[in-house]
Ligand binder design. Structure first.
Ligand SMILES: Cc1cc2nc3c(=O)[nH]c(=O)nc-3n(C[C@H](O)[C@H](O)[C@H](O)COP(=O)(O)OP(=O)(O)OC[C@H]3O[C@@H](n4cnc5c(N)ncnc54)[C@H](O)[C@@H]3O)c2cc1C
Length: 370
């Protein structure tokens, strides 16, 4: 019987492990360097009964029915709808910037005019990239585009990425939208929610099978010469697998400063972005996700920083042509490495939302099943 080693017990690794044992009836050893399963989605219940996401706020949302159905085998969902507010010019306004945001920020006469012009030119319930507003030939809409660029995007980007928007892939800048709508939800996906018992429990259920062995605190680098497997599924960093021989793939990292407050709520919403003031980019307040009841509350202040190996964790791949070119060179090497499959946000050097990480793992499983 084939033996499978899966490196990484995040969503990607857990989905593969579950599919391999349930559909192929093969054995799986899944290892993780961390002391817990769940990868970046790991959460825990604190002493006040609040479910805290250790690596930043995570909201499950998808339009992929097969992904939703698959993940729903392992959890019930709390029907949470995500809203993000941005602290802009002293006001908390809906993000993405929409018609309600316009009315919160500008005097009524100006807001009415902007609303009318947006709807006339682009219609209702559409997301218009600010690049398009800038090229609209209308002075008022160009003013709006500049306002959103400056107050919502520019300084946030400087903090988040440590570089100017023009130094990132132009696709990122061009996509910043104004949402011509009064729908304040951050996601419009068909399926949305938070696992009722948390993400860690969900992943534990995926891995609860007699043919799956989980080994935590285990680094692939330290065991790779001692173990023999028919197939390896690697959800760790692809450059690390190849000992960085072509160079290091750059990432952006984050530091979370968790603070408990002795009051029921700290802020008016689960996530508030601070594009322009302060050195943190956002504050997440965790009790909102499952409506945990407590006299206390816990929040995290999120500070972006450079990724340094051995010092902090990889969070976001930095989307730049030269980095993607380097990744493609690793990909070529990967193709020449038999029986090793790379996947996940670190293996594919790609930002995946959870649903996309699950979809990728399901697709990879279908391809090896044949
Ligand atoms: C701040 C932040 C917020 C996010 N919010 C959302 C959200 O709201 N909604 C959403 O859908 N998605 C969100 N995401 C994305 C989500 O975190 C990813 O989709 C998900 O973590 C991908 O799972 P994965 O298994 O591919 O990677 P990971 O969860 O990173 O799992 C990889 C695992 O491999 C392990 N590993 C690495 N190297 C080794 C090694 N050498 N040996 C052993 N183990 C190793 C790691 O410890 C890790 O546990 C967010 C991401 C970030 C960074």
């Amino acid at each position: 019987m084939a033996k499978n080693l899966i490196v990484g017990a995040g969503f990607s690794g857990a989905v593969l492990a579950n599919k391999i044992v349930t559909e192929l009836n093969e054995e799986v050893l899944i290892i993780d360097v961390k002391p817990h399963v769940g990868g970046n989605c790991y959460d825990y219940w604190d002493k006040n009964g609040i479910c805290v996401h250790k690596y930043g706020t995570h909201i499950f949302h998808t339009n992929l029915k097969n992904v939703w159905d698959y993940v729903s085998q392992f959890t019930k969902w709390y029907p949470y709808r995500h809203h993000v507010k941005g602290y802009i010019d002293g006001q908390e306004v809906p993000i993405p910037f929409n018609i309600n945001s316009i009315h919160k920020i500008f005097p009524k006469s100006i807001a009415d005019k902007l609303e009318q012009k947006l709807i006339e030119k682009f219609g209702f319930n559409v997301k218009v990239p600010i690049l398009k507003l800038r090229g609209s030939g209308d002075k008022d809409l160009e003013f709006l585009a500049d306002y959103v660029y400056d107050k919502v995007f520019l300084h946030y980007t400087l903090k988040q990425w440590g570089m100017k928007p023009e130094d990132l892939d132009p696709a990122v800048t061009g996509r910043v939208p104004v949402y011509i709508s009064k729908d304040d939800r951050y996601f419009q996906d068909t399926y949305q929610g938070i696992p009722m018992e948390g993400y860690t429990k969900l992943i534990e259920k995926m891995l609860a099978h007699p043919k799956i062995q989980v080994k935590l605190n285990t680094n692939f680098q330290e065991i790779k010469d001692k173990v023999k497997y028919d197939r390896i599924f690697y959800t760790g960093p692809i450059d690390e697998f190849f000992n960085y021989e072509l160079g290091e793939l750059p990432y952006r990292s984050l530091e979370f400063d968790f603070v408990e407050f002795n009051k029921p709520y700290f802020q008016s919403n689960s996530v508030i972005n601070y594009p322009n003031n302060y050195t943190f980019t956002r504050i997440g307040e965790y009790k909102y996700f499952l409506d945990n009841q407590s006299d206390k509350t816990v929040v995290s202040f999120e500070y972006p920083q450079a990724f340094k190996r051995g010092k902090n964790d990889r969070y976001y791949p930095i989307v730049k042509q030269e980095n993607l070119a380097l990744y493609n060179r690793y990909l070529e090497k990967a193709k020449q490495t038999p029986n090793v499959y790379f996947l996940g946000r670190l293996g594919d050097y790609k930002y995946y939302d959870m649903d996309k990480a699950v979809a990728r793992a399901l697709e990879l499983f279908e391809s090896i099943k044949k």
